[in-house]
Write a protein that binds this ligand. Structure first.
Ligand code: ATP
Ligand code: ZN
Length: 296
């Protein structure tokens, strides 16, 4: 379907954001668009929806088509897996990694396969929906193998004897286990990416910049926790080092003399270490909340 000519918003000057219509990236994409402040309804079977509070249209598409739509300027922004971008030849700008849709593109072999190393793939047949990415990998490894192009159900190819290995997306590995396959090697770690046009529309640049700042603030916020606790005033210097926040912690006197309440942001990855050290400094009543947005 030609969305460019069928959209009543075509030529309206609205910014268009393309996301996956239905699939593994849909929920995360919708959640991100709402977190950056877009208000809209989603209707089943609709190709697009218009935001209530901003001149933005959201297009619902097959994920594989999103890079082309962005390249052609039908959409100004898009959300798609990095695996699709690596496979696509459309030049688009990767604006922001989005921290969802995690998976990896891996080569897997049957549990009982005689193949034990990547070099053993020489002369074998590998079923995949990612022929370009696979070809690049094989070339880098100096291996010549035949790729068998399948659009879906790649994992059953070895059982059907149409391939000796598969090159497919894996997240938990349960599909592989069900099909008695195991990973031989991983070609790429993948996640959802916000993409934009190589040559942005100058009339929409300001809005793109605004939305990108918001998307980055949401991403940044996810890396932190907001922490509040009580501590003896004498521990303040140690606490400043432990939980410096973005500039320095907020410190308020408690009604009880000699005690303070401290508010700060702590990186999620260091969180438990920091909490233990705060406790060791006499910190107590530690409250922790997620950070929704963080604008630097
Ligand atoms: P469409 O109908 O839009 O073409 P699809 O079947 O190609 O859908 P999905 O299976 O919904 O796509 O996957 C969409 C994206 O989700 C993938 O391209 C990948 O980036 C990501 N993803 C995350 N985990 C997995 C997984 N276990 N298997 C497949 N894709 C995954
Ligand atoms: Zn797809």
């Amino acid at each position: 379907m030609d969305i460019a000519s069928s959209s009543p918003f075509n030529g309206s000057g609205s910014l268009r954001i393309a996301i996956q219509k239905s699939g593994r990236l849909s929920e995360g994409s919708l959640a991100l668009l709402r977190q950056i402040g877009l208000e809209f309804e989603t209707y089943r079977d609709r190709l697009f929806t218009r935001c209530r509070n901003m001149p933005v249209d959201i297009l619902f598409l097959r994920d594989d088509d999103i890079p082309e739509y962005v390249r052609d300027g039908v959409a100004d922004l898009g959300i798609v897996g990095s695996n699709v971008l690596d496979e696509s030849s459309s030049p688009v700008n990767r604006l922001q990694l989005l921290d969802f849709g995690y998976c990896s593109l891996s080569i897997a072999i049957p549990d009982q396969s005689p193949i034990t190393t990547v070099q053993d793939l020489e002369g074998r047949r590998i079923a995949t929906s990612y022929p370009a990415t696979l070809a690049r990998f094989l070339k880098d490894q100096g291996i010549s193998a035949e790729s068998v192009l399948l659009k879906g159900s790649v994992e059953i190819a070895p059982a059907l004897k149409i391939a000796d290995a598969v090159c497919d997306l894996v997240s938990t590995g349960s599909t592989l286990r069900t099909n008695r396959l195991k990973i031989l090697t991983t070609l790429a770690k993948c996640q959802a990416v916000l993409i934009g046009r190589g040559e942005p529309d100058p009339k929409k640049e300001d809005l793109v910049r605004k939305l990108l700042l918001r998307a980055r603030s949401v991403q940044e916020a996810r890396r932190y926790k907001y922490i509040m606790f009580n501590a003896p005033e004498s521990a303040l210097e140690s606490i400043k080092k432990l939980a410096p926040g973005s500039r320095s912690p907020t410190v308020m006197p408690l009604a009880e003399p000699g005690f303070i309440a401290v508010h700060s942001m702590v990186l999620e990855e260091a969180f438990w270490d920091v909490v233990e050290q705060i406790r060791a400094c006499g910190g107590s009543s530690i409250l922790v909340t997620p950070v929704e947005k963080f604008v630097r």
